[in-house]
Design a protein around this ligand. Structure first.
Ligand SMILES: *Cc1c(COP(=O)(O)O)cnc(C)c1O
Length: 905
């Protein structure tokens, strides 16, 4: 049975690689400077670099392996690990490491071939490794075969062997990246080689893609796993060679392997001449470790199914739009001569230039001049989302629609290899393609749990129907919280790595302080380990016991610290914030009339400060308008009261102003944020949210030195050094870079719009969600979802558990359980009985979220079968963390769906 195509990636992003979107003007300049040969462009000049070789995403295990390279000259442990993996996965015992495929070919030819020989092969090789050594390739591919186009024409092979005794028979799994070979044909070629006393040498660099074709299209193979087929394929040959930068997802490296000790002996005798030593072969130890782990991972069934489904989707989209392409194992190979019949010379280069100019996408023209006119658009393995791939396809389709406007190139410098050519041209007048997708690629990935319903039913029972008590290992898509769950960027990691630790002033601190001053315009920068630590210090510095602290709804930790410092919290948020059905746009606003009333009652001196949260978390990520910010600040000036922001989600708020306030439509988020911060005197921040890091926080003041010095005194006692707040320099450095990345317009738009899309899919199916959609989460209204479940039977808690069982998605309850009981022991029964689906930053794709929506929609369709819960263990404080429940009997759910809420008892 073939594994079904997964609905989403079987992994999530662990680290991301930021994408630059270069302007049309820049692209024109870059292309001219590159002599109209896109080979000369660097990735920093490109939005999507459509190459698969060495450009894929590593797993976090591979990345970890990269850091434990045993760089011994002889007998490295990494070599032993790699050899073990090769034997386990590919079945061959004797391994000869090389620096890449070119190294392997060097050794092979030196061991077996001599000049003037002819080598029959099913591959032509875009890069001809053989001709320079005087060896001619003989094409013995079966050109009549429709599916396994890489199959040998066995009669032609027999004839070629008979005509001139070749050194060996060459074969490639997925020959030239385009032609899969069947297992049956490969075995027949092996038998033929055996009859003639020749070796069959197989290039297995793309063995996984080839195994997928065998599984799918070769009769009798559908029940075999990818792992089995990979091994059977590799075992069909006498000698295999592999490039580490293909299926094993390393960035370089390779090897030859065989079961014949005599052949191995010959390879390793030559290795010291050409490559290195027989236990490293011209590779760093870390590369061998990365390859070892990549080999163990590359046959993972759902990963292979996902990657191949991406390729199918990409090629289908292009083909259906009429773009002339050939199928590749790793993407679509555009037939440039059919795309651009007007370009008689070098159509692939002309097309590559036009694609870069119109969309910033690079497709590379590889190898030797004069072989064909194909322009490969390869997918970097596991690095791109379907949303991105669809848009790259759309960019090609848009170019196809205006192909008459693509000018021909004039050759200015000729050469044998495509990378050496130079051209002159006029800059085409093409309509540019605008991307609207996440501005990052997956750099490293983390596998996610793929579970069965049975496993999940057991897991939720064991967790007492409390999603906080689930093990991460049982969770497929984790939407519990966005706190500290960010995927850091490779740039942040580089800064993390480069930071020099010190208990005194680090340059990381200075970078961070500079980034905050630049972003907020605030003078005093006090790092803390988290937001709540900043809240504690701020509260102690600013609040005299008995003073009132007005705020726009409360946040749990903020309110606790205000109360610990002797303050009395007063909610002054607009009434609409408490109504889940109100569609008011600025539900985070402060109601000035409520503030006025407080001052009239208590006097301005009794107000400690205004606690002003941006993009109010507890209201569902609801924004404050710029007008409200301005008005509240003007009011506070009049009364001599300070405004202190909770700026944890200030960037999300700034984006919502850009989106919904017409006056700010063309203002950068960074400038909107800077204006927001004008209307306050200081801020606390949980860096675990906006700052794109996993730990960290901030207390900052605009210009009041007295407050800053009082806060510093407390920082030393509670947190750490005055310039680190208990954070290592490395985390400060990552945070400084995160502060720069967070105000990127494309990034924050991608983040917030993902929530909007998720909410839209749910709403379209009738699922009740809180409106308007907030900035960081989608809230499902459990009261309207399960109207037949009384609030004291905890509908949101039950719904959260059911969502987990149905989908493997972990949400969080925000309702009666979270709110707790009053003094008389009765549940508070709050107006909001919600299930929160919180989106981590840069971690999940649209396909993950589409699967979330589909699962919840299935539940919605059978909602009347869902009953409530009762406590079996109820802690006194913060019971939502540790409480345990059991489902009530299904008898209490006899009512049909759609019945009005049972209401208050
Ligand atoms: C998370 C959060 C906090 C608390 O920050 P921690 O870093 O978890 O201590 C404070 N305010 C808001 C709005 C938050 O979202």
């Amino acid at each position: 049975m073939t594994t079904p195509v997964p609905a989403h990636e079987p992994h999530k992003a662990k680290t991301v690689r930021p994408i630059r979107f270069v302007s049309l003007d820049e692209r024109k300049r870059n292309l001219t400077a590159a002599h109209f040969n896109v080979f000369n462009l660097t990735p920093q000049q490109i939005s999507f670099d459509m190459v698969s070789y060495g450009a894929g995403a590593m797993s976090q295990e591979q990345l970890a392996g990269q850091l434990i390279g045993d760089e011994a000259y002889a007998g490295a442990r990494n070599f032993e690990n790699m050899s073990g993996a090769i034997t386990r996965v590919l079945g061959h015992t004797y391994v000869c490491p090389t620096h890449n495929t070119l190294g392997s070919v060097k050794l092979l030819l030196h061991a077996f071939a001599s000049s003037g020989q002819r080598l029959p092969s099913n591959a032509r090789g875009r890069i001809d490794l053989h001709a320079p050594r005087g060896i001619e390739l003989v094409d013995v591919r079966d050109h009549a075969e429709a599916v396994f186009t890489g199959n040998f024409d066995l009669a032609a092979l027999e004839a070629a062997i008979g005509a001139s005794r070749p050194p060996f028979v060459g074969a490639q799994a997925f020959a030239d990246g385009q032609h899969p070979i069947s297992l049956g044909n490969l075995r027949a070629a092996r038998a033929l080689a055996d009859r003639h006393g020749l070796r069959l040498v197989l290039d297995v660099s793309r063995v996984v893609e080839n195994a997928w074709y065998i599984q799918r299209f070769e009769p009798g193979m559908a029940d075999r796993s990818i792992a089995e087929l990979v091994k059977l394929t590799a075992k069909s040959a006498h000698v295999i060679m592999m490039d580490g930068a293909q299926d094993a997802r390393a960035n370089t490296g390779g090897f030859l392997a065989t079961d014949n000790p005599a052949d191995h002996e010959r390879f390793i005798n030559d290795i010291v001449v050409f490559e290195g030593l027989h236990t490293y072969g011209g590779m760093a130890g870390r590369t061998m470790e990365v390859i070892a782990r990549g080999l163990d991972e590359m046959c993972d069934e759902s990963t292979v199914q996902w990657a191949m489904a991406q390729t199918e989707r990409f090629t289908a989209r292009l083909r259906e739009a009429g773009v002339p392409i050939e199928r590749g194992c790793d993407g679509a190979y555009v037939q440039a001569d059919r795309f651009l019949p007007q370009a008689t010379q070098h159509p692939a280069h002309a097309l590559a230039c036009a694609l870069y100019l119109s969309a910033g996408v690079r497709a590379l023209v590889p190898g030797l001049v004069g072989r064909d006119h194909l322009l490969p658009l390869q997918i970097p393995r596991l690095a791109m989302s379907n949303r991105q791939l669809d848009q790259v396809a759309d960019a090609v389709i848009a170019l196809h629609a205006q192909r008459e406007r693509i000018p021909a190139l004039t050759l200015e410098m000729d050469g044998q290899w495509h990378d050496a050519l130079r051209f002159g041209s006029v800059l085409a007048d093409l309509a540019p393609f605008a991307f609207d997708c996440e501005p990052w690629l997956v750099h490293t990935l983390e596998p996610i749990a793929i579970t069965t319903r049975e496993q999940r039913e057991r897991a939720i029972r064991e967790a007492g129907w409390n999603t906080f008590l689930l093990r991460s290992a049982d969770v497929t898509i984790d939407l519990l919280t966005d706190s500290g769950t960010t995927a850091m960027s490779s740039v942040q990691w580089a800064a993390y790595d480069a930071a020099v630790p010190t208990p005194a002033t680090s340059s990381a601190y200075l970078e961070f302080a500079a980034a905050i001053r630049d972003t907020y315009g605030y003078q005093y920068v006090l790092p803390t380990h988290q937001g709540r630590a900043a809240e504690q210090i701020l509260s102690e510095v600013m609040i005299r016991p008995g003073q009132i602290v007005p705020g726009n709804m409360y946040f749990t930790t903020t309110k606790v610290h205000q109360e610990y410092a002797g303050g009395v919290f007063a909610d002054v948020i607009v009434d609409e914030a408490h109504d889940p059905t109100s569609t008011f746009r600025w539900k985070g606003n402060i109601d000035l009339a409520k503030l006025d009333a407080l001052v009239r009652e208590h006097g301005a001196a009794q107000i400690a400060y205004i606690s002003f949260e941006l993009s109010v978390n507890m209201a569902g990520g609801q924004p404050v308008s710029m007008d409200n910010l301005r008005e509240v600040y003007a009011w506070s000036r009049q009364h001599g009261i300070a405004v202190m922001f909770d700026a944890t989600r200030a960037v999300e708020n700034a984006y919502l102003i850009q989106k919904h306030d017409l006056r700010y439509r063309s203002t950068h988020v960074k400038d909107i944020l800077r204006e927001i911060m004008l209307y306050g005197d200081g801020a606390t921040v949980s860096g675990k949210k906006d700052y794109l890091i996993n730990i960290g926080g901030l207390l900052t003041f605009k210009d009041n030195a007295a407050w800053a010095h009082a806060a510093e005194a407390k920082l030393r006692i509670y947190e750490g050094g005055v310039r680190d707040g208990g954070l290592p320099a490395a985390d400060l450095a990552a945070m400084a870079q995160g502060v720069r990345e967070m105000v990127d317009d494309r990034y924050i738009r991608a983040r917030v719009e993902q929530a909007v899309r998720l909410a839209g899919w749910l709403k379209d199916a009738g699922v009740p969600v809180v409106e308007p959609t907030g900035s960081h989460a989608v809230f499902v209204d459990a009261r309207r979802f399960l109207p037949h479940v009384d609030q004291d039977e905890y509908p949101a808690q039950r719904l959260a558990g059911e969502i987990y069982v149905e989908t493997g998605v972990r949400p969080m309850e925000r309702g009666n359980v979270s709110k707790g009981r009053d003094r008389d022991g009765n549940n508070y029964r709050p107006a909001l009985e919600l299930v929160r689906l919180t989106l981590s930053r840069r971690v999940y794709s649209d396909d993950h979220l589409r699967a979330v929506a589909d699962g919840i929609i299935r539940l919605w369709q059978r909602r009347n079968q869902i009953s409530g819960l009762r406590f079996v263990y109820e802690p006194r404080d913060l019971r939502f963390f540790q409480g345990r429940f059991e489902p009530l009997p299904a008898a209490s759910v006899a009512q049909p769906a759609g019945v009005a809420a049972t209401g208050q008892r």
